[in-house]
Design a protein around this ligand. Sequence first.
Ligand code: ADP
Ligand code: MG
Length: 592
Amino acid sequence: MENFKQTNLDDNILKAVTEMGFEKPTSVQAKTIPHLLNSNTDLIATAQTGTGKTAAFGLPSIHLTDLKNRDTSTLVLCPTRELCIQIAKDLTKYSKYVDGLNILAVYGGSDIRGQIKALNKGVHIVIGTPGRTKDLIKRNKLKIGSIARIVLDEADEMLTMGFKDDLEMILSHTPKDKQTLLFSATMPQKVIGITKSYMQNPERISAQRVNIGAENIKHIYYTVNAKDRYEVIKRIADINPNIYGIVFCRTRRETKDVAYKLMNDGYNADTLNGDLSQAERDEVMMRFRKRKIQLLVATDVAARGLDVESLTHIINYNLPDDFEIYVHRSGRTGRAGNAGVSIAIVHSREIRRIREIEKRAGIEFSKEDVPSGMDVCKTRLYNLIDTVENVQVDEKQIAQFLPDIYKKFENMERDELIKHFVSAEFNRYLSYYKNARDLNVSGRSNDRGKSRGKSGSRERGRSRGRDRKNRSRGDGRNQSTSKFSGFYINAGSERKMNPGRLMGLINESLDSSSADIGNIEIMKSSSFFEIEEKYADDIAKKLKGKPFGGTSLEIEKDKGTGKRGNVNKRKKRRKSRKKNKWPQSNNRSRRR
Ligand code: ADP
Ligand code: MG
């Protein structure tokens, strides 16, 4: 189909679509729009993420709405609140010139009264999450007894066990002669099985064309030992200081592990997983959209509905079971003409799965080596040089300091001076990476064996704090020589404390983001952190009594002061702290 005119959609819809810059229907739109306009048969449509499925069901649904009738005629169900809002927004744009069409998104975590009020006025197209939709039907506020069509967006997810009860309840209130339409990026065989109980002889449409922009995605894989996966992410992040991407894990637990390690190691990272409350999800997504988070660690399900343009990297911490999910993941980068990289971290036994994805998805992977410590150093060094070359010099401000500075350097030659400046910025990288081992499994085994023990322990023992100013520029590790003090506070994972929150709490209390924070450890009922000694008194004062998670904070200084990185001693102390909980329960356990 060459243009939208051929779809026979209403002129008012075409006008909006043209305004939005849609020139011609995407493949899935070209196939599904005529189906919706001309047939009442049920439909299963699969097409990858980013291929315009919303318009594929949205445009014909708008076209088919009888504006004179105020009953709901289209119900769209989708798994998350963000998607609901997004779909409602899109449909509102498509119907900009259609007067009198009412569209409403209904979802949990938001006042139901407002939604009821809107429903009372009559809504033609309702977009809902299953839970809230069910609620509104129960309260007899949403009436779907005469709908013409129901759309399940992200249908594979909608048909999983989690939504089964809600979905069946909702369907039981719909008329027999409605049209059921499934849209999804993936449609695994077992989901097809489930559709049988909800659909009548559905037609299947699949738009094979890959994403708009998929040709901009480079697929690469690294072969490493399973236990080195995390280290690989760090290398990727270090060699790409402006990385903006998603790390996909298989389980919630894994997302938490990886994200907390990254945060602890000073990266701008956080996790999006099914354990978060709606408010927490919103917060994480907002920070990710604003790029306050550079690496979002997520499960496939949690990342749905997160539509973020211009991601630079997709990292597959684990390969997904289904090749379609890989395509789905990688399709989140390389959009809008930008280049994107999708990296799979695999161990040698998984290479045949790479081949399988290649075959089934029609893409090609290139095997690359995990950047070596020296690669990272080189890249960062050249970055630094570029920054120095291109930095804006504020002549006025700097003039007052220059005479003294010139004086100080008067005996230094240009060459010498350059060396000093570069080293000042760069020594920390060199020292971190100088003995970094080769993470590639194909590397020479002798070398690996030798260096593993050595640098492995060096890396573990090394303190992981980074100056937050540096961190937000995404550059540099702090190799501060300052002394650190350790503290325990009486809030741990039980009260939803995590490294990000803790750092936030410290920042907020100090009104300053220049304090360097060292190791952080979150335990069940307490947490440990290190902070530059000069901030110790201040933080102890400011945190004491501060409300957090329904309690007021207590803070206790760790007995051993001195240089951070005295890991073994601390570990011992923390171990005993772990056993004896925070004071109250501590006393109790002693009495027993
Ligand atoms: P999907 O649901 O398939 O993942 P979306 O419906 O969210 O994809 O659409 C992805 C992007 O493509 C949106 O920004 C949308 O506005 C845009 N888009 C949709 N249809 C077209 C089209 N025909 N031409 C150009 N862009 C389109
Ligand atoms: Mg979609």
